[in-house]
Design a protein around this ligand. Structure first.
Ligand code: GLU
Length: 486
């Protein structure tokens, strides 16, 4: 593979939210540029005005930035080969389309919408796929001039050779040869003067010096037509890498209807952004070794185009969650705290809570960030709970033994000063008390946990909860427990 002056581009159409298939393309594109010391270019392909969605460009910017896929050239930061928004490049496409007409590789087509609709209807009735019947391909130059002078609306179509074959090369699929007879005289320039995607991407990839094109393999069948355009202009063809679809199962593509097919949905569902990137990198690419956990930098190191798969990737929510959990568990304390804090604050606004202690107990069992609010919802306020919480078969605790335990705990807690309220002190004094009473630590700790949380499942046990809540609140809740059990 050519690796000099690498320039790759991510060329999204602003048609809505960022599907993870698109984000995966952006990721591979970015990685290839960075791996070879090249440039990653962002180009907005907004020539299909019917599919244009307001605000979608911002979604593209925000998503790429949030993922750390920073572009070297693009609409907002400019660059040597701008503008980077296709709708601002209209004159360029018109000029190149007309040049192709002059070279005899394209032609004006004046067919009306009515004629095309009728043609397509007839084709459908015969069970044929819709294709242009080349009605205008052989109009005489005089006829073309007359129609143009009269201001007749037109499109410009590619003049595909009627026989022979066209071969193009894909880095994964190798050489692909198709009979020209199978290729349509596709539209290059539309009646509104806008180029079609199929034309604009060729012109812009050339003018922007793009060396590698990564895209979904829905474009594979159009690639021969691009090659004919490159050939007509005498331009170098970039290295193509067509990647497979992401599937829900063997038969269905992953779509919005399955829920969670969009980047923003995963963030909302509590996935950590680097973990999302990590997982989608694995959808269609296999690392050489066993390890599957990678930062963006590590992905860039490890990535190899030949590790890309030629079969569709099946999206596996269970695996994605496992990767997210592993990411969260492995984060440095401060990083995890930063990620967890907004979720903690959804249900826990208390100023006196010991955040570091809380984060420490949350991290080892974190799977999704969105699990956090429910896990910490007992901190601000102790809700009514049933005394059933005080039964524990294993520790042989009952509401009666728990009353005794809480009384002992209260004396212990009152004996620890505010300044000495550390995890070690709380732990050691409680353990000593259990020893003195000749009971198992759990006999003492389980009732404390119940009294402090009012919940069956808590992040951390009695000691951790006491430290998280602080001395004053701990004592108040133990007293409440005693009252309840008395
Ligand atoms: N605008 C096209 C899309 O969003 C880009 C395809 C390509 O990368 O060439 O699908």
């Amino acid at each position: 593979m050519e690796q000099k002056n690498v320039r790759t581009r991510f060329a999204p159409s602003p048609t809505g939210f960022m599907h993870i298939g698109n984000l995966r393309t952006a990721l591979y594109t970015y990685i290839i540029a960075k791996k070879y010391g090249g440039k990653f270019i962002l180009r907005i392909e907004d020539t299909d005005r019917e599919r244009y969605v307001d605000g979608a460009i911002d979604v593209i910017y925000d998503t790429l930035r949030a993922c750390g896929l920073n572009w070297d050239e693009g609409p907002d930061i400019g660059g040597p080969v701008g503008p980077y928004i296709q709708s601002e490049r209209m004159g360029i496409f018109k000029q190149y389309a007309e040049e192709l007409v002059k070279m005899g590789k394209a032609y004006y087509c004046f067919c009306t919408k009515e004629r095309m609709d009728k043609l397509h209807e007839e084709q459908r009735a015969k069970g044929l796929t819709n294709a242009y019947d080349r009605h205008c391909r052989n109009l005489s130059p005089d006829e073309v001039k007359r129609l143009l002078d009269a201001g007749t609306p037109y499109v410009i179509r590619q003049k595909v050779p009627l026989d022979g074959t066209t071969t193009f090369h894909d880095e994964l699929y190798g050489d692909i040869t198709v009979p020209n007879a199978d290729l349509d005289d596709q539209i290059l320039l539309k009646a509104d003067g806008m180029p079609t995607y199929n034309f604009a991407n060729v012109v812009d990839d050339h003018l922007m010096g793009i060396t590698h094109v990564v895209r979904g393999n829905e474009y594979l069948s159009s690639a021969p037509k691009y090659n004919l355009l490159y050939e007509a202009f005498g331009w170098d063809v970039p290295c193509y890498i067509h990647v497979e679809h992401i599937m829900r199962d063997a038969a269905h593509k992953l779509s919005k209807r399955d829920g969670d097919a969009y980047f923003g949905d995963f963030v909302e569902a509590g996935y950590y952004i680097p973990a999302i990137l990590n997982y989608i990198a694995l959808l269609g690419w296999a690392p050489k070794g066993e390890n599957e956990i990678f930062t963006l930098e590590q992905l860039t190191e490890e990535f190899d185009i030949h590790g890309l798969s030629k079969s569709p990737a099946i999206f596996d929510p269970v695996k994605m969650k496992a990767i997210n959990a592993e990411w969260l568990r492995n984060l440095p304390h401060e990083k995890f705290k930063e990620a967890a804090l907004p979720y903690i604050r959804k249900t826990c606004r208390s100023e006196s809570v010991n955040l570091d202690a809380l984060v420490k107990v949350l991290q080892p069992r974190a799977e999704l960030l969105t699990d956090i609010p429910e896990r910490v919802d007992f901190i601000d306020e102790l809700r009514e709970y049933s005394t059933d919480l005080y039964f524990n078969k294993k520790m042989k605790t009952t509401p009666e033994t728990s009353l005794e335990a809480l009384k002992a705990a209260l004396a212990v807690f009152e004996g620890i000063s505010e300044a000495d309220w550390t995890p070690e002190n709380v732990h050691d004094t409680l353990t000593a008390e259990a020893e003195r009473l000749g009971v198992k630590a759990g006999w003492l700790l389980l009732p404390i946990r119940a009294a402090l949380s009012g919940k069956l499942s808590t992040p951390g046990g009695g000691v951790e909860l006491a430290v998280i809540l602080g001395r004053e609140e701990t004592i108040a809740r133990v007293k409440k427990g005693i009252e309840k059990l008395s």
